[in-house]
Design a protein around this ligand. Structure first.
Ligand code: PMP
Length: 464
């Protein structure tokens, strides 16, 4: 009763009327979803899928409190933010309280891309410089200014696609990156990778230019679920500020408590590490398009000093603010950050056990509900198991578990579910992956341990 037309017709109309570059999950055999609740999505035939990938449905799909808040406000008033309205200022006050000083000024927008585009404008206005340092494989949004600073996109557009005002530093990837944890301690990795940013700064300076900003996700998602070494941001931010640049944290994917212990992933770097600008989106409205830039009064003042007013038709409208406010309510009242830590740690330990069983798993990494499993053909060469990763998520889909693959080699299985994901869901996910990796291993003749041998080995191994 929730389908308007048959699935075949939906596919046909999509092919006919929707731009062919618009990405579809499981392209060769797409799923049609007609409703969702919590961490589950339901197809037109009523099949239930466990959702491990929708980080936008942060507090659970169609959370009744969020839906109700939006419905109520939509029935009362929705208009642009050029009128005074309580929802905007009360939300701004509440959100600002979740950020450390001096991040207290808010610009409301409608998408992560708008937030990052505005963040660049703010940085360029404040520093009066244009050049930007980004991390390799980063993705920051789909508008032109952001394709320009997103190697994840421009790397595919040919050798001349990178503008000369954009400078790419190495991803602090301790597993596969330029410096690895097999040769260096975490402290050394922080310093070495931060030096890579400093080298970019020196390059820019030696060509007679200055930098406007360094922008990075606090944990890189599209680049393959990279867990930043703990001291990295502190050192990078120091280098950037010494050169007069601003530090932008893109928390569009990893913000709002996904990391569990903190509201924002940059806070994993320590209390003294505070960006100049933070961009947030995706989970902020639980599926409703709302996003924001959070910055300092000084930077907002420089932007105002340009003498050009900022106006965004939908940004900060009463409905968006009511919804965004309800999302924070639910994160707090349902203790979802605590759940992210509990279930995330449990999953990490169970995935680590799988690692002792399957050579296919090269690395397991994560924090809270942000986890990556990197698959390799051979642990010593780290040759990416791209086809195996693709096969694994296709098989998982057959088992009604939705996962995705990312990273420059498309060999990292991504886990970033709604934060209501439970321990039972975690067990189910691990059991399914155990079966699938077993099938892949069966065809590869790799060492197999009995359950008893496995437990023995695990008890003897460090689980950190
Ligand atoms: N930044 C990051 C890190 C993202 O992952 C995305 C979206 N995938 C964006 C920005 C852009 O957000 P939006 O699609 O809402 O414009």
């Amino acid at each position: 009763d929730r389908e308007h037309i048959s699935k075949d017709k939906t596919i046909l109309l999509r092919q006919k009327y929707i731009g062919p570059s618009c990405k579809l999950f499981f392209k060769s055999d797409p799923i049609k979803i007609v409703r969702a609740s919590g961490q589950y999505m339901f197809s037109e035939t009523g099949e239930r899928y466990l959702d491990c990938i929708n980080n936008v449905a942060h507090v659970g799909h169609c959370h009744p409190k969020v839906v109700e808040a939006g419905n109520k406000q939509a029935a009362l008033l929705n208009t642009n933010s050029r009128f005074l309205h309580d929802n905007l200022v009360l939300y701004a006050e509440r959100l600002a309280a979740l950020f450390p000083d001096p991040l207290k000024v808010l610009f409301m927008v409608n998408s992560g891309s708008e937030a990052n585009d505005l963040a660049l404008r703010l940085a360029q206005a404040h520093t009066k410089q244009k050049d930007v340092i980004v991390l390799d494989h980063a993705y920051h949004g789909h508008v032109m200014s952001l394709i320009d600073i997103s190697p994840y996109k421009f790397n595919h557009l040919g050798p001349d696609a990178k503008p000369d005002w954009v400078h790419v530093a190495s991803v602090p990837d301790r597993y596969r990156g330029k410096y690895r944890d097999t040769e260096h301690s975490l402290d050394e990795l922080s310093t070495l990778y931060a030096q890579d940013v400093e080298d970019q700064i020196q390059n820019i300076r030696s060509s007679g230019k200055g930098i406007s900003c360094f922008i990075s996700e606090s944990l890189q998602s599209c680049g393959g679920q990279i867990i930043t070494p703990p001291g990295y941001l502190r050192e990078v931010y120091k280098h950037v500020r010494n050169s007069g640049g601003l530090c932008i944290a893109d928390e569009v994917q990893v913000g709002f408590g996904r990391v569990g212990s903190h509201w924002w992933a940059f806070q994993l770097a320590g209390e003294d590490v505070v960006p100049d600008i933070v961009t947030i989106g995706k989970p902020m409205g639980n599926g409703h398009p709302v996003a924001a830039v959070v910055t300092t009064y000084e930077i907002a003042k420089s932007f105002a000093g340009l003498g050009v007013e900022y106006f965004n038709t939908y940004g900060g409208n009463p409905v968006s603010c009511a919804i965004a406010n309800a999302v924070i309510d639910v994160i707090e009242t349902e203790n979802l950050r605590e759940n992210a830590t509990k279930v995330g740690n449990y999953l990490l330990s169970r995935f680590t056990i799988l690692m002792t069983k399957y050579q296919l798993i090269g690395d397991v990494r994560g924090v809270g509900m942000f986890i990556g499993i990197e698959l390799v053909k051979d642990r010593s060469t780290k040759e990416p198991a791209t086809a195996e990763a693709k096969h694994a998520i296709t098989r998982a889909k057959q088992e009604k578990v939705l996962l995705s693959v990312d990273g420059p080699n498309e060999n990292v299985i991504k886990f970033k579910p709604p934060m209501v994901f439970s321990l039972e869901d975690a067990d189910h996910l691990v059991n399914i992956l155990d079966r699938i990796f077993g099938e892949i291993d069966d065809s590869r003749q790799v060492e197999k341990l009995t359950e008893k041998e496995l437990i023995k080995r695990i008890n003897g191994a460090s689980m950190s």
